[in-house]
Design a protein around this ligand. Structure first.
Ligand code: DGL
Length: 267
């Protein structure tokens, strides 16, 4: 059981930001990453479709005998996280729960902004999860649909992204938030630019880091860590390999993909 891989899925390649964090904390674990690149983005789709796709992603990884499942995609976590936890028999980790717990445990700040895809924001999943844990907070949500395509096009520095950051985030400046949840796999890539715009005092919460910590704690507590002391391997499974695949993957992973990438059919 312990030496089985960790399954991670995302709508596409953005979830590699989560893989990067898991690798840092759990270097000996093997990981199977499934990116549904044929059907990305999920962030613009309806709840029902995202739920259907998420179960297909999960079932595929379960068929590969993973020991647990990490829902790296914020949109999938928002619409399907609770349902996956309810219906699947293996441990499921989403990016929402650890953010709500972090705010409860570690933060005294009480004016919280949340950014994400249209799907994530319309679900109010972060807001609901935070309000369950802490009272007396004000929460302001903002969808930022242009960030995902811009980041995938490598538009991550300079005046164009700065303009779009201002377009979406100026409301947070006006309302003087003290904390911002980066509720999308892609946003850590422009974290510095967001911080520069909002100023140093605003705390940015990165769900990718928190879900990796949540996973590590669980595996330790339940004695599910691998016994291996060799560097873990990552298998990359995707539902489509586009021309820009390697370039986009590198943006999120921070390094080149060196292992094999396999195209799979999941529906
Ligand atoms: N992975 C998605 C998320 O974190 C962003 C890309 C998409 O819309 O599919 O919400």
């Amino acid at each position: 059981m312990n030496n089985k891989p960790i399954g991670v899925f995302d709508s596409g390649l953005g979830g590699l930001t989560v893989v990067k964090e898991i690798k840092k904390l759990l270097p000996y674990e093997n990981i199977i990453y499934l990116g549904d690149t044929a059907r990305v983005p999920y962030g613009t789709r309806s709840k029902d479709v995202v739920i259907k796709f998420s179960f297909q992603d999960a079932d595929y990884l379960i068929s590969k005998k993973v020991k647990c499942l990490v829902v790296a995609c914020n949109t999938a976590s928002s619409f399907a996280g609770d349902l996956l936890k309810k219906h699947l028999t293996l441990p499921v980790f989403d990016v929402i729960k650890p953010v709500a717990e972090d705010i409860k445990k570690n933060r005294r700040e009480r004016k919280i902004g949340i950014i994400g895809t249209k799907g994530t924001i319309s679900s109010h999943a972060y807001k609901k999860a935070i309000l369950k844990k802490v009272s007396k907070v004000s929460i302001l949500e903002q969808a930022c649909p242009l960030f995902v395509p811009m980041i995938e096009e490598g538009e991550i520095k300079g005046s164009l992204i700065e303009k779009v950051i201002e377009k979406y985030l100026s409301v947070f400046k006006t309302k003087k938030i003290d904390t911002l949840v980066l509720g999308c796999t892609h946003y850590p890539i422009i974290e510095k630019e967001i911080q520069n715009y909002l100023g140093k005092k605003v705390i940015l919460i990165n769900p990718e880091k928190l879900v990796a910590e949540d996973l590590k704690k669980y595996l330790q507590k339940n004695r599910m860590l691998t016994k291996s002391k060799r560097k873990g391997k990552i298998a990359y499974l995707v539902t489509d390999i586009s021309q820009s695949f390697l370039k986009v993957a590198e943006i999120f992973l921070g390094t080149k993909i060196t292992s094999k990438v396999t195209k799979v059919q999941i529906d």
